[in-house]
Design a binder for this molecule. Structure first.
Ligand code: GDG
Length: 475
């Protein structure tokens, strides 16, 4: 796209499309699954907007192209940058650090250098693409330096930032050798959005302590007269879209088929996660395995289906986790399984949305037990698919979703005995009790969808008054 044309620009690590090989061997683009694209696509279309992101292949430069009314602007990454910026600093430093150090973060100066270099590339691209006085929305932990880099190049822009993962407490954040640079990077934005109010408070406190700026409640006052607002915007899903999918005859038929192929168990428990050490897969499987071993659940009655979508497979901690889970599942099935009856069905694969909806429909108990999670959309997707008010959600108190889905069966995933009790409570609850809980959760999810989330953030961003302008900006 030509320079300076987009009124609204989204910057994310990845473009919202995946490259696929078509039936005749030609390459095509397909929209990636996920709520963010669904929510932002109409805004981008309406405004002749653009999306800036990496296209997913290393060492390849691609020209901007348009896809279903969106201008897509690919940012190239070299092999080395994928290793150092993406797998390294983003996923082996920031990811574990921001998730309560549930795995040890690694600090390497060359990873940081790559992070700075790649963030600058994204910022420079956005500076060329955004229209005068336009709005730019930067997404997530891979791009925390972009707001300040972009502000320097284009002080006219409205800049928003949203962090999809938790923002750690000060005691943990302090470990980061580049803590000040990250805070200053984020302060380039006018509005910094977090999943939870606690995360916004952590950020404001850190800015006061480490950078020394004046703060009051959710506002940071910068020496140049600009102020930065830090607030919570809990993300959601395309709730109506999920429910509609869950109601289609083919999905309902597939749900019945899934249950049938598992021997029509009395209780089907389900976990769906990226294979990630923050998701609490080990703890969850141990709890279930013990219930079977101890005889609280019978192998004829209960089946656990765990889908673990492959993720970040070249990062060391993920390789370790993959081996651990393979061993654990093997041990549980070996110890308590029988011919034709495996208590755990473990699927290390990724599935189309229809299959996900069928699994949600098939499951009596959805088990979501992260050790720490910004929000957790799987929990909300399950609720959206339960239009008959049946089913139960077991949910970790360390997921952002727990603050919103208050009628879930909440657990501390570190407490295996507590989790076992809660699993039994969910399994044995009366249909009436589960319907009461599900109704309350459905109200929350159906009324607060992703469109509302994006609308709230953008409305607030556009309403921020520019202290240098005579008049407030148009909303
Ligand atoms: C980050 C934060 C926050 C999973 N497997 C398949 C598949 N999925 C989809 C799920 C869900 C999404 O991926 C996972 O979202 P989560 O929220 O559960 O977790 P993260 O990937 O860690 O996301 C998280 C989120 O950002 C949004 O802000 O909630 O806290 O960590 O939508 O359905 N989708 C398909 N096939 C799969 O095999 N189609």
């Amino acid at each position: 796209m030509a320079s300076g044309l987009a009124e609204f620009v989204v910057i994310a690590n990845r473009l919202p499309v995946d490259r696929i090989i078509g039936p005749d061997g030609e390459t095509m683009w397909r929209k990636s699954p996920g709520g963010l694209v669904t929510a932002l696509e109409p805004v981008i279309r309406r405004n002749g907007g653009a999306w800036i992101g990496w296209h997913g292949a290393a060492n390849e430069k691609l020209a901007p192209f348009s896809y279903e009314g969106m201008n897509l602007i690919p940012v190239p990454l070299s092999d080395e940058e994928v290793e150092d910026y993406y797998e390294g600093f983003s996923n082996a430093t920031l990811w574990p650090l921001y998730h309560d150090v549930v795995a040890p973060p690694e600090f390497h100066r060359e990873w940081w250098d790559a992070y700075v270099r790649v963030n600058r590339r994204f910022a420079e691209r956005a500076a060329k693409v955004a229209k005068k006085d336009g709005t730019v929305w930067v997404q997530d932990y891979q791009l925390q330096l972009v707001p300040s880099m972009l502000r320097e190049l284009r002080p006219d822009l409205k800049i928003g930032f949203f962090l999809h993962i938790p923002f750690p407490p000060t005691e943990l954040f302090q470990q980061l050798p580049w803590r000040r640079q990250i805070l200053e990077g984020l302060l380039g934005a006018d509005l910094v959005g977090f999943q939870m109010p606690g995360a916004a408070q952590n950020f404001v406190r850190l800015v006061r302590q480490r950078v020394g700026h004046k703060t009051h409640r959710d506002t940071v006052y910068l020496p140049d007269g600009r102020s930065v607002l830090a607030k919570a915007y809990p993300i959601s899903i395309d709730a109506a879209g999920f429910e509609e999918l869950a109601r289609t005859p083919s999905v309902l038929a597939r749900a019945a088929e899934i249950r049938e192929s598992l021997g029509n168990p009395k209780t089907l428990l389900l976990g769906i996660d990226r294979l990630d050490y923050t998701k609490g897969l080990r703890q969850r499987l141990r709890a279930f395995g013990e219930l079977i071993t101890e005889g609280a659940l019978h192998v004829d009655d209960a089946v656990f289906v765990q889908v673990a979508t492959p993720s970040r497979e070249r990062v060391n901690q993920y390789k370790i986790l993959r081996d651990d889970i393979n061993r654990l599942v093997g041990r549980i099935n070996g110890d308590v399984g029988r011919i034709g009856q495996q208590p755990v069905t473990y699927l290390h694969a990724s599935y189309p949305r229809e299959e996900m909806a069928a699994l949600y429909r098939a499951a009596d108990v959805m088990v979501v037990t992260p050790l720490r999670d910004g929000m957790n959309l799987v929990a909300k997707e399950y609720v959206a698919c339960r239009f008959d008010d049946r089913g139960a959600l077991v949910l970790s108190e360390f997921a952002g979703a727990a603050s919103e889905l208050k009628s879930a069966y909440t657990v501390n995933p570190h407490d295996i005995n507590g989790m076992k009790q809660m699993l039994l409570a969910a399994i044995n609850a009366s249909p009436r009790e589960n319907a009461r809980r599900m109704k309350a959760m459905r109200r929350q999810v159906m009324e607060n969808d992703i469109e509302l989330w994006a609308g709230n953030f953008l409305r607030e961003l556009n309403a921020i008054r520019d202290p240098h302008a005579k008049n407030p900006r148009p909303v």
